[in-house]
Design a protein around this ligand. Structure first.
Ligand SMILES: C[C@](O)(CO)[C@H](O)COP(=O)(O)OP(=O)(O)OC[C@H]1O[C@@H](n2ccc(N)nc2=O)[C@H](O)[C@@H]1O
Ligand SMILES: Nc1ncnc2c1ncn2[C@@H]1O[C@H](COP(=O)(O)OP(=O)(O)OP(=O)(O)O)[C@@H](O)[C@H]1O
Length: 299
């Protein structure tokens, strides 16, 4: 491998359960959620530049190519924190839909932090990288580790749990982008039915696929579904076509369905394609990144 170039996979996440416990004084919400990675990923390529600058380019998807890009912000954060004088060229092959509830930008930022830790020889541990990630966005810490975890605080406190049993995940995104800030702002925290996060943890740790499908829950649906009726239509359609469990991911609008059988996932995929242009059939990744160094090297 060329030591002046590094290529990292940046997978999307889904929330198997998402609860909001209350509003905090800093304006954020206290959450308790279960996140897991799926095999739909961007690829982030980092090239060492001797000149002190950050360049960014991206293929596919509509993403800002300046300081608004979360990968750019990740590089800038490391530069400012550690006084790095070298530069980096960031190239993102964008496969994860943007503003979809799948943490695409957060995962690009996490991949950039991990890659630059190597490329700029910063010697940070994965936990140190995750703490830095939280400064960029609430989902970035989880994305640094991947795998399956309970996230608390504003999402940055990560407790790893066992991966769920492997299954198929069908992702369907209607052609709208949802603002996470707006969804949290419109949430009525006093008046929501809370999902049972502990029961979901038990279902996952007990490798009980049926119970996982039963315990799926996301309080942000109470905001996004009435705002965007097409999200509810996709949920209903997936149920009707035979998904084992269906839920909106994050603040939406992507809906995911869980399946054990490949034949059924293919049938539902075809059934949804006429109805929704962006549909992806992927595997649950579930496993975390046990060896930090190996996880960021191209194999
Ligand atoms: C919906 C989820 O994706 C579920 O994983 C996350 O909670 C959101 O994570 P994110 O997109 O990384 O969020 P951030 O970029 O940190 O915040 C975007 C906006 O969402 C709101 N926000 C976010 C996280 C949180 N715990 N409480 C909030 O109220 C804040 O208004 C914030 O300005
Ligand atoms: N590298 C990036 N990839 C995608 N979006 C980015 C990126 N950098 C900045 N953004 C901006 O971030 C916003 C949210 O995009 P993103 O795809 O991360 O949303 P999301 O999947 O809803 O995230 P989350 O699930 O963490 O709330 C968009 O407005 C987008 O323009």
């Amino acid at each position: 491998m060329n030591d002046k170039k590094i290529s990292i996979k940046a997978p999307a996440k889904i929330n198997l359960s998402l609860d909001v416990l209350g509003k905090r004084e800093d304006g954020y919400h206290e959450v308790k959620m279960i996140m897991t990675t799926v095999d739909l990923a961007d690829r982030v390529e980092l090239t060492l530049l001797e000149e002190n600058k950050i360049t960014i380019e991206s293929t596919g998807g509509f993403v800002p190519l300046d300081q608004r890009n979360l990968a750019y912000q990740a590089a800038m954060l490391l530069k400012e924190t550690f006084g790095v004088k070298k530069g980096v060229g960031i190239h993102i092959s964008k496969n994860i839909p943007v503003a979809a509830g799948l943490a695409g930008g957060s995962s690009d930022a996490a991949a950039t932090l991990k890659g630059l830790n190597e490329l700029w020889d910063l010697g940070l541990t994965i936990d140190e990288v995750a703490v830095l990630g939280a400064k960029i966005g609430s989902d970035v810490s989880f994305c640094v580790y991947g795998g399956t975890a309970i996230a608390t605080g504003r999402g940055e406190h990560i407790q790893h749990i066992k991966p769920p049993p492997p299954c198929w995940v069908l992702l369907a995104k209607p052609p709208i982008g949802v603002s996470t800030a707006e969804v949290y702002r419109k949430l009525n925290v006093q008046n929501i039915e809370h999902p049972d996060i502990d029961a979901m943890v038990q279902a996952i740790e007990g490798y009980d696929y049926e119970a996982i499908c039963r315990e799926l829950g996301n309080v942000l649906e109470t905001v996004t579904l009435p705002l965007y009726p097409e999200v509810k239509q996709i949920k209903d359609q997936m149920h009707r076509l035979g998904a084992d469990g269906v839920l909106m991911s994050g603040s939406g609008p992507t809906v995911f369905g869980l399946f054990q059988h490949e034949s059924r996932v293919n049938r539902v995929y075809n059934g949804l394609r006429g109805f929704c242009t962006e549909v992806y059939a992927v595997r649950l990744l579930g496993e975390g990144q046990e060896d930090f160094k190996d996880s960021i090297r191209e194999k």
